[in-house]
Design a protein around this ligand. Structure first.
Ligand code: MG
Length: 257
């Protein structure tokens, strides 16, 4: 799907960084944050963890696609009467940053390496939580390529997918593939953790897969099954020295997989 005709995007993309040697793209939920915000909403305000987890596993097994499974999760939150503003507040109060992310970001900024969030979550929620966690100045300097939301006057809301015709809802490979067409393509790092990253996993030069103590390591399972080279990490402080060594050309991905 990803390499054929690209799905039509209903939302704009930021301009690509054509002159950079390295680009960092990262999933947001559960990768830059310690817990997935959409899982948090579903587990606590929607149809609950058990059904949500089964939905993730159905996607991983190919019994459902991400777009439809994710839509069901979020619809269960709306069905229980929770407005978008209420969800935003709950997430700002509960979602935490990966303990190594700020230092990682600072280092990337020093080396002029763009860090771009590529998320299946809804942009207004990401902006609200990110601003809360890192402050407005830093948050405004990070590009976000995500899905969006439609909020109705009665407070109900629905996710607006970037690529509604794709089973991924947001096909994350579309944030990567334009870089491949550049005369001098950069080295692309991608960080992810879950089923929302399956669309990107094959297309990064260096794929980092986050592992978590709760055992919800779906991307790791997928990459092992599909034999996609990846480096496991449990927080950004562990990934930083590896990225530094690759950027300094002292090491390559094959030294780590
Ligand atoms: Mg994630």
């Amino acid at each position: 799907m990803a390499e054929g005709v690209p799905p039509v995007s209903t939302l704009p993309y930021p301009a690509i960084h054509a002159d950079k040697e390295f680009i960092v793209l990262s999933d947001w939920d559960g990768t830059i944050t310690t817990f997935d915000s959409n899982d948090y909403l579903t587990d606590n305000l929607g149809f609950g963890k058990e059904k949500r987890r089964q939905g993730n596993l159905d996607i991983l097994a190919g019994h459902d696609n991400f777009r439809d499974g994710f839509k069901k999760m979020l619809a269960s939150v709306v069905k229980n009467g929770h407005t978008f503003e209420e969800c935003k507040k709950i997430l700002k109060d509960n979602i935490k940053l990966d303990p190594g992310f700020k230092d990682f970001l600072t280092w990337c900024k020093e080396l002029d390496i763009p860090v771009i969030i590529v998320s299946s979550g809804m942009a207004p929620l990401i902006h609200a939580v990110l601003t809360n966690l890192v402050g407005e100045n830093i948050a405004n300097g990070i590009e976000v390529i995500a899905n969006d939301v439609t909020v109705s006057p009665d407070g109900s809301w629905e996710i607006q997918f970037r690529h509604p015709s794709s089973g991924f809802g947001h096909d994350k490979s579309q944030a990567i593939l334009p870089y491949r067409k550049l005369p001098k393509p950069p080295t692309l790092f991608f960080f992810g953790d879950g089923v929302s990253d399956i669309s990107a996993a094959r297309y990064a030069d260096v794929l980092f897969v986050k592992t978590k103590s709760d055992g919800e390591n779906d991307l790791s399972v997928y990459c092992q099954r599909e034999r996609i080279k990846h480096i496991l990490f449990d927080d950004f402080s562990k990934a930083l020295p590896i990225v530094q060594a690759i950027v300094a050309k002292q090491k390559s991905i094959d030294d780590y997989v």
